[in-house]
Design a protein around this ligand. Structure first.
Ligand code: SIN
Length: 285
């Protein structure tokens, strides 16, 4: 870590506020590498008072994986890899819906990291909750861990026909972090409704138990927002939940999500992103 930075942990389960960084000014490889190391350690990083523009936002994201162009949701004009995360004064629902999730798990490879940059924040509320999925895995019994270690689950975009490779993907239920080697529980209620080679009826009771377990209070921590804050989270390590407690106020942020690069091989900006027609329904992200 750089000697002029400060690191203030958020909670025992994870998260840290990093002081002394302005990514609008310095996006040099040593700076981004140092942030990468801090993210591996703390799982979620909060950087306040950032001056970065849209292109810089994508550039920083590229240090963590392949910027993703969402096939079903509208992007910010001229920036296909940036999603608008907006709830207006009139809206009732939040952008991602009220679900714990990791981002873009219906793709293969799934996302590695998301970077959410804030512009307009309600005077109170609108915090984002996170839950540490390494702790969720580590605290299961050895018998259940053994069972889950051998399972895969189907992650499908809601309300669409399940088509592996387009609207759905199969992932191990336990995801090993490529840098730390730690094992995380990798199912979530936004995208997963069954295990591979099991019916929904067979899967549901086990999934319900896992969904309840994986967001236990002692695994959670909370990020409060200010305008011009960049929060970076590791989707391989945490799930998140955007609180919907600020009715009548506007909240606007922009998100870049990057996908894991298998074996470190970098491909094009998106496999077929942007070629599919955005749909207006129930965003899950
Ligand atoms: C998201 O689900 O990526 C958005 C999180 C938030 O709005 O806090």
């Amino acid at each position: 870590m750089r000697s002029d930075w400060t690191v203030t942990p958020i909670a025992p389960a994870g998260g840290a506020i990093i002081g002394g960084v302005d990514l609008g000014v310095d996006r040099s490889p040593p700076t981004l590498d140092a942030l990468h190391d801090l993210l591996t350690e703390h799982l979620v990083l909060v950087l306040r008072d950032q001056t970065l523009d849209a292109a810089a936002h994508v550039e920083v994201g590229s240090r963590f994986g392949e910027p993703y162009v969402h096939p079903f949701l509208e992007a910010v004009p001229e920036h296909p890899a940036i999603l608008q995360v907006l709830k207006t004064e009139e809206d009732e629902a939040t952008f991602g819906g009220e679900f714990w999730h990791a981002d873009i798990t219906f793709e293969s490879p799934p996302s590695s990291v998301s970077l959410l940059h804030s512009f307009e924040i309600p005077p109170l509320g609108g915090d984002t909750l996170f839950a540490n999925q390494f702790l969720a895995y580590d605290t299961l019994s050895s018998g259940l861990r053994r069972m889950l270690d051998g399972l895969e689950a189907v992650h499908a975009y809601p309300d669409l026909d399940v088509e592996i490779g387009r609207t759905a993907a199969v992932h191990p239920v336990v995801r090993t972090h490529p840098v730390s080697g730690r094992r995380a529980l990798f199912v979530n209620p936004a995208f997963v409704s069954r295990f591979v080679d099991m019916t929904e009826a067979e899967s549901t009771p086990i999934l319900r138990m896992l969904f309840e377990h994986q967001t236990r209070e002692e695994f959670r921590f909370r990020v409060r927002w200010q305008p011009r804050q960049l929060t970076i989270w590791d989707n391989r390590a945490v799930q998140h939940y955007a609180l919907n407690d600020y009715a009548g106020h506007r909240r606007r942020l922009q998100r870049v999500t990057v996908m894991e690069i298998p074996d470190g091989v970098r491909g094009s900006a998106s496999a077929d992103g942007g070629t599919r027609t955005p749909t207006p329904f129930g965003a899950r992200t």
